[in-house]
Design a protein around this ligand. Structure first.
Ligand SMILES: NC(=O)c1ccc[n+]([C@@H]2O[C@H](COP(=O)([O-])OP(=O)(O)OC[C@H]3O[C@@H](n4cnc5c(N)ncnc54)[C@H](O)[C@@H]3O)[C@@H](O)[C@H]2O)c1
Length: 293
């Protein structure tokens, strides 16, 4: 009896869409890159965009599709996966064409959630970098953002008032030694957001922003050496504590929504206040204590 009541309530809730939080993306179409597994920031963005009423296509590099679990996510979000290496203009053209075909129209949002540095992966010291790998870091993690927008424009894939977001990290502005050449890749990414945001703002009222996220335990994040210690340091340095992947997704949804139509060309810190803190009282107390010993 109780069980039947529960089942009927669930069917009713689905019918009237009770699971949707605010319907912020109702009727919007998009493309989400970078969902590798359930820890990925893009994974949470996809789940939340689905809850908020969006329809979208998922994409990742062909090699990641073999290793990751993206098909599971596609089933949850009732969508398809279109493979694309974000450094290949040909793959991106195919991605936009197939996405428009599947979604039945142009896109209203794009998430660039892509990062990889062979130098970081192979633990090369900053004064012993492999330059071929350095160029790959810049191409995959920075230049691919330009390619996504240029190919998108050339295939006429963007609706007016669309919103394009890429993920970045504060190492673009300040030194975090283990981040290595990814620091340059993120500076490039943020600079592209400003320059391309100007072009797309003028022509189609399209917003382009980067979200600078707290350290987050994902495959890309934990690939940086000393990540666990750094995660805890950043948490203690942030008045609100580190922002989680889900909180990052929630913020990105607002940027895709119509509530942020005049926000563009910005690097937006989503980091619990880390970027604005010089020192904390706790650290001062520790230093004072060790000086007095
Ligand atoms: N995790 C963190 O601490 C953190 C902090 C700030 C910003 N970011 C950024 O967030 C974004 C997402 O990373 P994440 O932390 O969710 O890790 P993740 O490892 O889950 O995602 C990175 C994704 O990039 C994809 N990728 C790599 N090369 C590609 C290529 N050539 N073409 C297409 N896709 C490719 C990977 O397959 C993967 O899905 C990255 O830009 C990362 O730099 C992460």
């Amino acid at each position: 009896m109780l069980r039947d009541l529960f089942i009927n309530f669930n069917i009713f809730a689905k019918k009237i869409n009770l699971n949707t939080m605010y319907n912020l993306l109702k009727g919007k179409k998009g493309i989400i890159t970078g969902a590798l597994d359930e820890n990925s920031i893009a994974w949470k963005v996809a789940q939340t965009a689905h809850q908020e009423g969006a329809s979208f296509v998922l994409t990742n590099a062909p090699v990641a599709l073999r290793m990751g679990k993206i098909k599971e996510l596609a089933e949850q979000c009732q969508t398809i996966v279109i493979p694309a290496d974000a450094t290949s203009e040909e793959d991106l053209k195919n991605l936009y064409e197939k996405s428009m075909e599947h979604l039945g129209g142009k896109v209203d949002f794009v998430l660039h959630s892509i990062g990889m540095s062979p130098n970081v992966r192979k633990n090369r010291a900053y004064n012993d970098l492999n330059y071929t790998w350095f160029q790959q870091s810049l191409d995959i993690s920075g230049l691919s953002f330009h390619k996504m927008m240029q190919v998108g424009e050339k295939t006429d894939a963007f609706n007016d008032y669309a919103s394009i977001v890429a993920l970045t990290y504060i190492a673009a502005q300040r030194v975090f030694p283990d981040y290595s050449d990814m620091a340059q890749a993120k500076s490039l990414l943020e600079s592209i957001a400003r320059s391309y945001g100007y072009v797309l703002g003028k022509s189609k009222r399209i917003r382009v922003n980067t979200v600078s996220q707290s350290p987050t335990p994902t495959t890309a994040g934990t690939g940086i050496s000393g990540f666990d210690a750094f995660l805890s340091y950043a948490d203690q340095m942030s008045p609100l504590g580190n922002a989680s992947a889900q909180e990052c997704a929630d913020y990105i949804i607002t940027l895709f929504s119509d509530l942020t139509r005049r926000v563009t060309m910005q690097n937006l810190f989503h980091d619990g206040g880390f970027s604005a803190v010089g020192v904390t009282q706790e650290i001062m107390d520790l230093v004072l204590k060790s000086n007095n010993q």
